[in-house]
Every structure is written in C-alpha cells, then in structure tokens.
Ligand binder design. Sequence first.
Ligand code: COA
Length: 181
Amino acid sequence: MKYIPVSFEMKDGRICEIREIQVKDAAETIEYLKTVMGESNFLYSYPEEITLTVEQEEKMIKGFNESEDILMIIAEIDGRLIASAQISRSKKLKMRHRGNVAVTVLKEFWNLGIGKKMLLCLEEYAKEWGLTQIELDYFSGNKRGQILYEKLGFVKVGEIPEAFILKDGTRYNNITMVKSI
Ligand SMILES: CC(C)(COP(=O)(O)OP(=O)(O)OC[C@H]1O[C@@H](n2cnc3c(N)ncnc32)[C@H](O)[C@@H]1OP(=O)(O)O)[C@@H](O)C(=O)NCCC(=O)NCCS
C-alpha cells in the first residue's frame, strides 16, 4: 500500500473514500470503465473497446500497485466505485520530474467536487514523488473538464488539431495543459 486512504465529504454531504485501487476491484473496474466510456464522448475509448478480462485487469492492477511510477486511486461510496484517477511518470531520467494525470467520475456523481478532490490528491502525491510539474490532455469541447483544470491552475500549452474523430464524424482537438507544482 503506497497511498494512505482519505475520506472526502462531497457537496451533497455524502462521504466517499479515496484509496489506491486493489486487485479485488478488477471486475468492478471493468464495468466502471465500460459505463464511463459510454457516458462521455471525451474519453479515449468506446465501451466496446474495453475488452480486458478480469484476469488481465487483475494483472494490470497488480502491476500498478508494484510500480513506483504509477498510482491509480479510486473513490467509493458504500463499496461502489464512483470515480478513478491516475498519475504516471516516465522511467527516463530526463522526464522524471513530470507526471501525467487523468480523472473520470460516474455521471450521476458529477458536480459534487470529486473530480477536483481526486486531482488534488494526485497533486499532493506528485509532490511526495518530487515532481515539479503535472500535465494532462483533454478533448476540445470538454468544457466541464476545462473549467475544472483551469480552476486548479493548469495552463494550456498546446493543441493537436483533429486528434479525435468520433463515429458520427465529430472532430475534436487534443489540448495539453501543464501545472507547475
Ligand atoms: C470532467 C470531470 C472529471 C469533472 O469531475 P466532477 O467531479 O464533475 O467535477 P467537480 O464537481 O470537482 O467540479 C470541478 C469544478 O468545476 C465547476 N463545475 C462543475 N460543473 C460545472 C458546470 N456544469 N458549469 C460550470 N462549472 C462547473 C465547479 O464549480 C467545480 O469547482 P468548485 O468545486 O471550485 O466549485 C467529470 O465531469 C467527468 O468524469 N467527465 C467525463 C470524463 C471526462 O471528461 N474526464 C476528463 C477527461 S480529460
């Protein structure tokens, strides 16, 4: 266990627990990923692209738990997985000061402060790792994400045009943001 769990009171008064993902969460994580990928156009996969078996997911989580370069945390209420977030850094010495972060929240729990809290947890962890900057990417059009990231002090540094083309032909750019910590 490399992350000490924290309790967080959401804007509606309910308490969720934020903790490092564990191998026992594998099956629920797969279902969670399928759900969130279907609830937002602003994530990299379609639900049908989540094809990992429980065994493969277990192996992946075990790898995360043992890695010094990846931390995946989840939020749960009454044992139900409602959000996840991840930070990773390169093994390459020249890039070891940088962390890449990402977060997802189940739609029914949007606007309750969880996304912000999860990113703040990762930022604290990044400081413990000794990182000096954290980075993220998001789809242009993801206004909700943009507001959250700007509130947290991330600054836009780049944009790849037409990085994503949805099944219906909608095109989005990839926007990169950085925050010095
Ligand atoms: C983007 C996402 C992670 C945000 O998570 P969330 O838990 O809903 O965000 P929060 O409740 O922490 O809100 C963060 C801030 O955004 C603001 N905000 C939230 N919803 C808003 C809205 N509809 N309009 C304007 N501002 C809004 C809030 O004011 C809040 O700031 P505050 O707490 O200082 O008031 C979540 O909507 C999500 O998972 N979306 C789908 C997947 C996704 O886009 N992930 C990001 C991929 S890059």
